[in-house]
Design a protein around this ligand. Structure first.
Ligand code: SF4
Length: 437
């Protein structure tokens, strides 16, 4: 009888991609996916611990599947990802969630298949958290789920220890994948027809630092941009302290590199950046933005901002607000600071009251909305490259490099997906109306 799996993924793109690896391992054992948790023989929670609220949600959801285990004692429930890697979490699952059969951390995710087989054969629960990272494992089954985009890990872990962030504690130190392995994977993806290849790392700009032989991110980008085929390279996430002029120049000059630059600033106040241990100043950040604006054609800059960090005064917040206005971001991901157990910021005095955080994030996001509205208006009349992905009888549906949706009159026949230049004619709600040129 056909066996089914259900994977619930929380958190960032790194986790989304790791769920593709979990799915690949499950499929190699003959499981197929079900969208209905009740029909699953294996349920995997791929967890995130970046915010306290996210953790509470994960725990609630893991608790709720106890009833499914009662109905089907053969059901296998597994928990993996950042939350299970946190100190003391595996013990918590052991004590309080007896219906969970497998708990593994971030460093041994590639061995999930072995643990699953082990559990099936012995019926003994598996609680296996590796305390530190080991060599990168290249040989992992994968089942990609993101249409025309393929995620590719270029590095794992983070060395930065921003004072609000739990990631370095649960993902370990930076380890870069060998450039030859990345190139082999990307060539394969291009051959399979993927149009966007998104390089993933907590801090892609420090790619290669651990090799200590001069290998760097700009070299990797340039090598990939010179591969044959009709594709574009994107990446996330950048740290402003490590973004180099070499990388900006590569983006500016290589046609196959996306012009979307997500550069998290987090705050527009030097005092707050220092408390966050971000290791750059607002002045340095602005100089990077200037270089991008001066050199990269059709650039699209977005950012992450945390409001209400401990000690943030109204003036600090207004410095951030003014920076958003000045940079004129195409997108702002604004978050209210929420303390994470085990981080330095959690222990800081002068935590900002919740109502003030609410007011600040709302103010920032409404500014961002206004900026985006204005930027959309300015797109009218411009010619831009779009990836045409789907069609119906009358229209083609495409996305710009920056992810905005475009609808195009069906005046020509195309084999999809394909990149085409389109001229933006008008805006309708969130959608851009365009024509082929
Ligand atoms: S760079 Fe900072 S925010 Fe990003 S993962 Fe590393 S510690 Fe966390």
């Amino acid at each position: 009888m056909q066996k089914h799996y259900f994977i619930k993924t929380y958190g960032c793109q790194m986790n989304v991609h790791e769920s593709e690896k979990l799915a690949g391992m499950l499929r190699s054992l003959g499981y197929t996916e079900t969208e209905n948790m009740e029909n699953a023989d294996v349920i995997v929670f791929n967890t995130c611990c970046i915010r306290d609220a996210a953790e509470q949600k994960v725990l609630g959801n893991i608790g709720a599947v106890k009833k499914l285990k009662k109905l089907n004692p053969d059901l296998i429930i597994a928990v993996c990802g950042c939350m299970s890697q946190e100190n003391g979490r595996a013990e918590l699952f052991k004590q309080k969630y007896p219906h969970v059969s497998i708990v593994i951390g971030t460093h041994n995710l590639h061995k999930f298949k072995d643990y699953l087989i082990q559990y099936q054969q012995t019926k003994k629960k598996v609680f296996e958290i590796w305390q530190s990272e080991k060599d990168i494992c290249e040989d992992v089954d994968m089942y990609r789920t993101s249409n025309n985009n393929a995620w590719v890990n270029i590095m794992y872990g983070c060395n930065n220890f921003c004072t609000y962030c739990i990631v370095p504690y649960v993902r370990g130190r930076e380890r870069s994948r060998a450039m030859a392995d990345i190139i082999t994977e990307v060539k394969q993806l291009i051959a399979e027809g993927y149009k966007y290849i998104t390089l993933l790392g907590q801090n892609v700009n420090s790619y290669g630092n651990d090799f200590k032989d001069g290998t760097n991110f700009a070299q990797l980008l340039t090598e990939l941009a010179h591969l044959d085929g009709d594709f574009r390279i994107k990446f996330m996430t950048s740290h402003p302290k490590d973004l180099t002029t070499e990388v900006i120049n590569a983006i500016a000059t290589e046609p196959k590199l996306s012009k979307v630059i997500h550069l998290p600033v987090q705050s527009g106040s030097n005092k707050i950046l220092k408390l966050m241990n971000r290791n750059y100043t607002v002045e340095h950040y602005k100089s990077l933005i200037k270089q991008i604006k001066d050199t990269v054609p059709n650039y699209f800059i977005s950012t992450d901002i945390i409001v209400g960090f401990p000690h943030e005064t109204e003036k600090d917040f207004m410095d951030t607000y003014n920076l958003v206005q000045e940079v004129n971001y195409g997108g702002v991901f604004g978050f209210m600071y929420s303390p994470r157990t085990g981080t330095i910021a959690e222990q800081m005095e002068n935590q900002v009251p919740q109502d003030i955080k609410n007011a600040r994030v709302n103010k920032l996001l409404s500014l961002s909305k206004e900026i985006i509205k204005e930027q959309n208006k300015q797109l009218v009349g411009k010619t831009l490259e779009a990836l045409v992905e789907t069609e119906d009888d009358n229209y083609y549906y495409a996305t710009l490099d920056c992810g905005k949706n475009v609808i195009i009159d069906k005046t020509i026949n195309l084999t999809l997906p394909t990149f085409k230049n389109v001229k933006i004619k008008a805006i309708s709600g969130n959608k851009l109306i365009a024509e082929f040129i």
